[in-house]
Design a protein around this ligand. Structure first.
Ligand code: FAD
Length: 235
């Protein structure tokens, strides 16, 4: 998606009807909203979501749309601690019939299917990859090159694990669950050696995690243009 497409998408605003929310784990919640027929996004994109049902100070947050367009629903999955921000407290108070406003979709965090891809998720950074992999599964789209997901979570919570395991039945898709940086760096080395300058790399997670992995890739001669990042600030 070009800068101009993103700039245009900033004017696309719509209210989404809240359907339901539920817990994925102790501190991760999923919120589902109705997808209207004319709303479309590319798997991996995000929106700017604004609270409208009550007055709060910082009422907008970027969130990846964690569902694939083919699922027919808009999904946000997010971590909510014991002391939530005013924004997340307002999300917890959503009831059926209320709406949230979405601007977008925005961004270009989506792999080309003719290059081998390494998808690297840290914790809640799994959201864009759920959308990307789910879309491939639901469209029964034949990808041409291997796609490997490295999913790092030091707490081993691994949300979406059952869904990801099912998607990994695809002959060109693999999923590796990791709980240490050392293990992650080893897997990255294996992929980099195998694919040399050909691989494309996608990193999503906390700002510090994304930066350290991107620095690691660059120090291993991966060209900057082959690295795409979704840094979730606030974690
Ligand atoms: C492209 C993109 C996609 C994202 N997708 C997801 C997702 O799928 N799931 C998810 O849980 N989160 C996602 N995030 C992060 C999300 O927008 C929130 O920042 C995060 O969930 C924390 O929100 P909060 O309300 O708990 O804390 P916040 O109140 O937002 O902030 C917590 C801390 O972050 C700092 N902070 C806030 N805004 C900024 C900023 N702009 N720059 C630097 N520091 C800041 C605050 O000062 C505070 O210290 C995404 C972010 C981006 C940019």
């Amino acid at each position: 998606m070009s800068f101009f497409q993103d700039a245009l998408a900033m004017f696309k605003k719509r209210d989404l009807l809240f359907l339901e929310s539920y817990k994925e784990t102790e501190d991760v919640y999923t919120f589902l909203f109705q997808k209207e027929n004319d709303l479309n996004w590319k798997a991996g994109q995000h929106g700017l979501f604004t609270i409208t049902h009550k007055k709060i100070k910082n009422k907008t947050r970027p969130f990846t749309v964690a569902s694939a367009p083919a699922e027919g629903v808009v999904r946000i999955s997010t971590r909510i601690s014991e002391k939530p921000s005013e924004f997340k407290q307002a999300m917890l108070e959503l009831k059926q019939g209320m709406t949230i406003n979405m601007t977008g979709p925005l961004g270009s965090f989506n792999p080309e299917d003719n290059k081998p891809s390494l998808l690297i998720a840290g914790g809640i950074g799994i959201t864009p990859f759920r959308s990307i992999l789910k879309q491939i599964e639901l469209e029964e789209k034949g990808i041409k090159k291997p796609m490997q997901l490295l999913y790092l979570d030091s707490n081993k919570s691994f949300i979406f694990k059952d869904e990801l395991d099912a998607i990994a039945n695809h002959p060109l898709i693999s999923v590796t669950y990791l709980d240490s940086r050392d293990g992650l760096y080893q897997e990255i080395d294996t992929f980099t050696t195998l694919n040399e300058g050909d691989g494309q790399y996608f990193i999503a997670g906390s700002k510090s995690m994304v930066k350290s992995i991107s620095d690691f890739l660059k120090s291993n001669q991966v060209p900057k243009k082959n690295i795409k990042k979704d840094a979730f600030y606030g974690y």
